[in-house]
Design a protein around this ligand. Structure first.
Ligand code: ADP
Ligand code: ZN
Length: 616
């Protein structure tokens, strides 16, 4: 069922609206309450018997006070004048008669209906903030109800574990949940209980939502899906009531799954947000905690939540009985990428030359979502080319498009720029080729791509790497410096083209010095902790520097020395292979794109300048 779009009028606005309307009406026709509304004939007889003490005449309306109370104990009265002659005639015949104000019956009814509505509105609003039951009013107005309730739970989810690949550990963990949801009673026979909350931790696009849906699909239970950000609204109490509604509804549909995406939007550590909305978030968070604590042990509800920033979550969320189990959903490795590609190419007609293993080798660091996108992109490329099926070339073209941005044949470089770019890229390639153990070069090109890159060198990683050695990091920095080194050797002005390379190399050098304890002078100290990586992101907290000015100076110096050494080493390698550099650059200028087989051979110089300051 598609999510109905909810008009977002806040309850506060509604309440104020009700109030203004109702009060206006009450003010106009205040013949309610202690005022007896009497027929005009009655008034005349009161008048005759001297019971009227005082009157105020307002147009056709008379309000007044009696000397003694009426039958129902009221001394105030109101009535409407009936035309005088007629009144005299009617009175003579002893007929009871009365008038109606010109506004008519409708306003009178309104004045009776609106005040209760006003109370209802106020009560609904208040009950939300105080935790009272909103059940009665719920049928009437669904303001502030959770989106999960409006969307209603998804049932008959067609996603299965077979549709998720590359996250085997996570799948194994979640299998247990499926068993539990399928047969909660049997599962609880020996007193075993299942975790109520499971936190799926991993970068965007790795399949966290997909996994949660697969659990629901495998177990055949309803799936309530919501987003942490949806709970965070301006009005205090609304988020909390949404959480309450969500769980209330889930309890009636148990066994079921509640999925909260982007839990960090809601569960940020208290005090971590610099701006307002704090109370609201805290209330909502507290409500979530209360709901999770309040679960009946046997209630077959499992809350799955996703985040890519577990370190900023409020510790209270991670305590026992809440999200006490964390499942890592990481980027897939090569085998995982092959499996994910297999899933997403199931329905595509592939040419015989397509090798999913080769595609996986080209795409380290791709998430499941990236690979799904790649499969689609390859199909688009094949369609545009008018092919009968999707060939390997379509996949490599798609990879290049995704990795390097769209090819821009129309961008025209002046000859001097082209020459610099050709040397720059050939510099990267030759330095990489001369260093044993570097990733092989797959392609070098001087076709401008994307927004920034004027050329590119694609290295083909042989394996996924989880650990990097000191030497490897130095090699990487040297390859990154290859572009600038070649420009230097060309003897023309050095260009701005190396800025991205320099930034990457600097990151590596800083990591070596600040985090990995790889610099001799600065010692095995983690000067900078991982948290530093989140600086610069909105909402990150400012951390004081934890070293002295002198250390800061030494760090700067150490980083600079490492970068200078890497550049010197790259220049050394290219100077030694100067002929190959010129030859390769000319070939690039002529053909724009070179494959591995078109590259000149290089020789590694016998001695490469050692990098100062490393641990030996
Ligand atoms: P997340 O919730 O982690 O951001 P999603 O579950 O929304 O990621 O993934 C988006 C899409 O990417 C999925 O619908 C699916 O098509 C594809 N995808 C992501 N991860 C995987 C995976 N591990 N296996 C298969 N497909 C995946
Ligand atoms: Zn470069």
């Amino acid at each position: 069922m598609p999510a109905p779009t909810k008009p977002t009028i806040s309850p506060t606005v509604w309440t104020i609206l009700f109030g203004v309307l109702a009060m206006g009406v009450v003010g106009l026709f205040s013949n309610v309450g202690d005022v007896a509304s009497i027929p005009y004939s009655q008034f005349q007889s009161y008048l005759e018997t001297g019971k009227v003490k005082q009157v105020v005449v307002n147009g056709d309306n008379i309000r007044g006070t009696l000397t003694e109370p009426t039958a129902d104990g009221k001394t105030q009265f109101a009535t409407t004048i009936v035309a005088r002659d007629l009144a005299t005639a009617l009175a003579a015949k002893n007929v009871e008669f009365s008038g109606t104000p010109a506004g008519g019956a409708f306003s009178t009814i309104l004045s009776w209906v609106l005040p209760p509505l006003l109370f209802l509105g106020v009560w609904m609003f208040a009950s939300r903030g105080m935790g009272g039951a909103g059940g009665m009013a719920g049928g009437l107005f669904s303001i502030g109800r959770s989106k999960a309730k409006l969307v209603t739970a998804e049932t008959d989810i067609a996603v299965a574990f077979d549709d998720v690949a590359g996250v085997d550990e996570a799948k194994a963990e979640l299998h247990e949940i499926v068993d539990f949801l399928k047969e909660p009673v049997k599962f609880g026979r020996l007193g075993a209980h299942i975790p109520r909350g499971i936190l799926l931790v991993g970068p965007p696009g790795t399949g966290k939502t997909l996994l949660a849906r697969a659990v629901a699909g495998e177990a055949g239970v309803p799936f309530f899906s919501t987003n942490g950000a949806e709970f965070v609204e301006m009005f205090v109490g609304v988020g909390a009531s949404r959480v309450r509604d969500l769980f209330e509804h889930a309890r009636t549909s148990a066994p079921c799954i509640i999925f909260i995406d982007e839990l960090d939007a809601l569960g940020r550590a208290r005090g971590a947000t610099p701006m307002g909305g704090q109370d609201e978030k805290e209330q909502t968070l507290n409500q979530l905690l209360a709901e999770m604590d309040g679960f009946d042990r046997s209630a077959a509800i499992v809350v799955l939540a996703a985040t890519n920033r577990p370190e900023i979550l409020d510790p209270a969320l991670l305590r026992a009985g809440r999200f006490d189990r964390q499942v890592l959903v990481d980027r897939p490795d090569k085998v995982g990428r092959v499996q994910i590609l297999a899933i997403h190419t199931r329905k595509l007609s592939l040419a015989a030359d397509v090798d999913l293993g080769d595609i996986a080798a080209l795409t380290p660091g791709f998430t499941g979502a990236d690979l799904a996108n790649l499969a689609n992109e390859a199909a688009v490329v094949a369609t545009r080319r008018g092919g009968d099926n999707i060939a390997m070339g379509d996949f490599t073209a798609a990879v290049e498009r995704i990795v390097a941005g769209l090819e821009k044949k129309s961008r025209i470089l002046i000859p001097r720029e082209r020459r610099i770019v050709a040397y720059h890229e050939m510099g990267h390639a030759l330095v990489a080729m001369s260093i044993p153990g570097s990733d092989p070069i797959q392609k070098v090109s001087i076709i401008p791509r994307g927004i920034g890159a004027l050329g590119y060198t694609l290295q083909r990683p042989t394996d996924d790497r989880f650990l990097m050695g000191l030497r490897e990091l130095e090699d990487k920095m040297t390859v990154l410096m290859g572009g600038r080194a070649a420009e230097t050797l060309l003897g023309e002005d050095v260009s701005t083209g190396a800025s991205d390379d320099l930034a990457k190399a600097t990151d590596i050098a800083r990591g070596m010095v600040l985090r990995f304890g790889m610099d001799k002078a600065l010692g095995p100290v983690a000067w900078d902790t991982e948290q530093g990586q989140f600086l610069g992101q909105p909402g990150a907290y400012w951390q004081p520097r934890r070293f002295s000015d002198r250390t800061a100076y030494e760090i700067d110096l150490a980083v600079r020395t490492r970068l200078e050494s890497a550049l010197a080493r790259a220049i050394g390698i290219l100077a030694y292979n100067r002929a190959a550099l010129d030859e390769g650059a000319q070939a690039l200028l002529a053909r724009e794109t070179l494959g591995a087989q078109d590259l000149p051979t290089v020789r590694a110089p016998a001695t490469i300048a050692p990098i100062e300051g490393g641990i030996v």
